[in-house]
Design a protein around this ligand. Structure first.
Ligand SMILES: [Zn+2]
Length: 176
C-alpha cells in the first residue's frame, strides 16, 4: 500500500524539475521570445546607459553560428553596426549626448559558444550628455533597422524614479 502511494508522489515531484531543466536549457538568458527584446535604460547625472538583450533572430534572422559567406557578412555587419551605434538611439537633441562606449556580445556569432536552439545578443551603450538636465527621453531606432524586432519591453531608471514601457514600431519613444 505504501509503495503504491510513494511512486505517484515521486513521479509528481520529478516532473516539474525535469520541465524546469529543459526550460533552462532552451532559455539560457531568461525570456527568449522571437520578436521581443528587453531594454534597460539608466540615467545617472550626465551618463545615459542603455542595455539590450535580444534573441539574435530579431536582429539577424537566424541564431546559429554563421555558415555561409552571406551569413558571415550579415553577422559581422550586425556587430559592427551595433558597436558604431549610429541611429540606434536618439536622446533629446538639446542634451548633447555623445556615445562614448559600446559593448556587444553574441557568443554564437563569435565562435565562443555551441549553438543551441536559441541564442541571444547582449549589448551595452554608454552616452555622456553635456546638458543632462535637458535629457528627458529618446527615440529607439532599432525597429526601423531590424524588422524582426516587434516589441521592446523597456525599463527606465532615472532621478525621477522607475518607469516601464512597451515600445513598438508605431510607438518607439521613451520619456522620463
Ligand atoms: Zn530563439
Amino acid at each position: 500500500m505504501l509503495g503504491r502511494l510513494i511512486l505517484p508522489l515521486l513521479a509528481l515531484a520529478a516532473a516539474p524539475a525535469l520541465a524546469g531543466e529543459l526550460g533552462h536549457e532552451h532559455h539560457a538568458h531568461g525570456a527568449h521570445q522571437h520578436g521581443v527584446a528587453q531594454l534597460e535604460v539608466a540615467v545617472d547625472g550626465p551618463t545615459l546607459t542603455i542595455r539590450l538583450e535580444s534573441p539574435l533572430d530579431n536582429l539577424l534572422g537566424f541564431e546559429h553560428a554563421p555558415r555561409t559567406e552571406k551569413q558571415k557578412q550579415a553577422a559581422q555587419g550586425l556587430l559592427a553596426a551595433l558597436r558604431r551605434g549610429d541611429g540606434l538611439f536618439t536622446p533629446t537633441a538639446t542634451a548633447g549626448c555623445k556615445l562614448n562606449e559600446a559593448k556587444v556580445e553574441a557568443p554564437v556569432l563569435e565562435g565562443r559558444a555551441d549553438a543551441g536552439d536559441h541564442a541571444d545578443l547582449d549589448a551595452d551603450w554608454r552616452y555622456t550628455c553635456a546638458q543632462p538636465a535637458r535629457l528627458t527621453g529618446m527615440k529607439v531606432g532599432l525597429f526601423a533597422k531590424y524588422p524582426g524586432l516587434k516589441r521592446l519591453d523597456a525599463a527606465v531608471v532615472s532621478g525621477k524614479g522607475q518607469a516601464a514601457f512597451r515600445l513598438t514600431r508605431k510607438q518607439p519613444f521613451l520619456s522620463w
